[in-house]
Design a protein around this ligand. Sequence first.
Ligand code: GLP
Length: 242
Amino acid sequence: MQLTIFKDYHALSQQAADEIIALVKHKPDAVLCLASGSTPLLTCRLLTEKALAQHIDFSGCIFIGLDEWVGIPPENEGSCAYFFHNQVFKDLNFSSSRIHLFNALSENPEQECEAMNKVIFENGGIDLMLVGVGMNGHIGFNEPGVSFDLYAHVAELDETTTSIGQKYFKEATELKQGITLGLKHLLESKKVLMLANGSKKAAIIQKALEGEITNRLPASIIRRHPNSMVMIDEEAAVMLER
Ligand code: GLP
């Protein structure tokens, strides 16, 4: 794991966008997995700007959505799908047949998980995963207590996740379960970028990077990954001791 502390959110987002561009230039058929949420928002905007300016072609890439709220349709602006459509697919030329998002309305979510596992496996695994960190230390919807050995699965959401998750929705929304890639996908991904910004993330970043590596704090798994980059801003780094 390599830790980089950036001056601010903009600087870390620039670097994250540059990492994605560099990969796609080198490997035009890269398998990319991105998180949605507040953290990667600026990365996605800068990625779009840079990609358009540099004429980067995403049509050969495979896109994998990290997670989704079970029961929330893609047209709901709090859904992860809505984020991806508006922040990524609108301006970058991903081919629709190469975009793989969980169908959160599926009557058979287990089948959704198996299908996603298959896509990832058949395409040789994920080349780059870009993730944020939840206030309870989750990655995707890998909630505290999750096994490090799971691939895609349906998760019962932690209370912290259901209450903080309200920030994505226009009106109060019942959130109970999430469908998510597993931490085994993260461990097997060729490269992982874990981003965090702002003072609200400082305490969880300190625990994830300096506390015990434990499934009680899923983001601590990042230290087990040999090719991971933790990219945080100065505000998120204030509680680090070392
Ligand atoms: C959300 C999502 C994650 C996201 C994390 C952090 O609930 N399930 O994919 O990375 O929590 O969110 P944010 O970046 O908005 O702080």
